[in-house]
Design a protein around this ligand. Structure first.
Ligand code: FAD
Length: 358
């Protein structure tokens, strides 16, 4: 019997498992063949400290030190630039305030991203400190901590049954039965399905599809130094990636949990919104994909023991922030279970607790 079973081998589950390795033995059960197959393998890999509601921004800020320094650091400077045109002034002002950006001279914006179209981009604001995150290495490093502490990371282990016994939990996965004193639910879009198997009330998770297209570098430009670009109201975004440009329609369509794929029409409409702001037409999409960003109704994560059954621990609703919040979110889970003080204030912990949804 382990002390903890963690269901889900995305960034949420593997980071929680690593932090819990301080407190006991951990077994991670992941349905797919590899870690990070679903949302965690499909993200834009950004760390933007001001992105998210106040509880998420608090997690981002507490996570910053880990992102900058742990294991040699996971960040590379990228920068984040909001662009807007005629008729978008009010939304631009609202976004600048919400995201803590500073407006810049429009000539400066054209110099940073030479494909911006002067007719449709007349306002720009910047946050220099936004960073690229090495998400693959983060996942692998957390997995190494689990294995190094004699924990198990079991892939191709889809959880199909969960039973509470006098001593804890029995979990059937991939034809094996695993036992542990405490169960951590980090199954991403599937967390309410795991709760149903365990006889726990759902938190009302809503997976929302977000799509991405990879384009050749527009006009053959060297895009490596361009900031991430975003249209007002998060209408689209674009981000350099290994010499190419990723463009997302920033879609957020609610869907059932599944192996997500991009919707052609949504992608085409999003690419059109991006194209309106640039001088280089989209001539070719090299590849596209989608992932599920999973939210509860107030948009914050759900972290901590279930009020009705404290040996069932939620690590859920990472939305569009799962990587940037992971160091602090996983630390909070371990602090709550270990009875240790947290770096987060009481108000933030309450805003993340499962109790708030009951
Ligand atoms: C397009 C896109 C862009 C994004 N950009 C960013 C970004 O820039 N920065 C950022 O911080 N975040 C970003 N995100 C969000 C981030 O990717 C997610 O918040 C994060 O990956 C969620 O991690 P997770 O571990 O909760 O979910 P997942 O990675 O989906 O992991 C859940 C795992 O649970 C497993 N599972 C489910 N059911 C079972 C079962 N019955 N048995 C065993 N295993 C099971 C699944 O197979 C899956 O691997 C983005 C997301 C998308 C889609």
């Amino acid at each position: 019997m382990s002390d903890f079973i963690v269901i889900g081998g995305g960034i949420a589950g593997i980071s929680a498992a690593a932090r819990l390795s301080d407190l006991g033995t951990v077994t991670v059960l992941e349905a797919e063949e590899a870690l990070g197959y679903h949302a965690s393998g499909r993200s834009a890999a950004m760390f933007e400290e001001n992105y998210g509601n106040p509880a998420i921004v608090a997690l981002n800020k507490v996570s910053a030190d880990y992102h900058f320094h742990a294991n040699g650091g996971y960040l590379t400077p990228r920068g984040f630039m909001l662009v807007a045109g005629p008729g978008e002034e009010a939304q631009f002002a609202a976004d600048v305030t919400e995201l803590g950006l500073h407006p810049i001279e429009i000539e400066d914006a054209y110099a940073r991203v030479p494909i911006l179209k002067p007719e449709t981009v007349t306002l720009a604001a910047l946050h220099e400190d936004a960073q690229d995150l090495d998400t693959d290495r983060m996942i692998q490093d957390f997995a190494r901590v689990v294995r190094g502490a004699s924990g198990k990371v079991v892939t191709k282990a889809e959880v199909t049954a969960i039973r509470h016994t006098g001593a804890g939990w029995q979990v059937t996965a991939g034809g094996e039965v695993y036992a542990a004193k405490q169960l951590v639910n980090a199954a991403g879009a599937w967390v309410d399905r795991i709760a149903a198997l365990a006889g726990i009330a759902p938190i009302g998770i809503t997976p929302k599809r977000r799509s991405m297209a990879r384009l050749p570098a527009p006009g053959g430009h060297d895009v490596s130094t361009w900031p991430m670009l975003m249209g007002v109201g998060e209408g689209w975004y674009a981000k350099p990636d290994a010499g190419k440009l990723l463009v997302s329609p920033a879609d957020a369509d609610p869907v059932e949990p599944h192996d997500a794929f991009a919707d052609d029409m949504v992608l085409a409409e999003g690419l059109a919104r991006y194209e309106e702001k640039v001088t280089e037409p989209v001539t070719r999409v090299e590849s596209n994909w989608a992932g599920l960003r999973s939210f509860v109704r107030d948009g914050a994560l759900v972290l901590g023991p279930d009020p009705a059954r404290p040996d069932f621990i939620w690590c859920a609703a990472q939305g569009g922030y799962g990587f940037q919040t992971a160091p602090a979110a996983s630390r909070l889970i371990a602090d709550l279970i270990g009875g240790r003080p947290s770096e987060l204030d009481r108000e933030t912990i309450a805003a993340l607790s499962p109790e708030r949804l009951r």
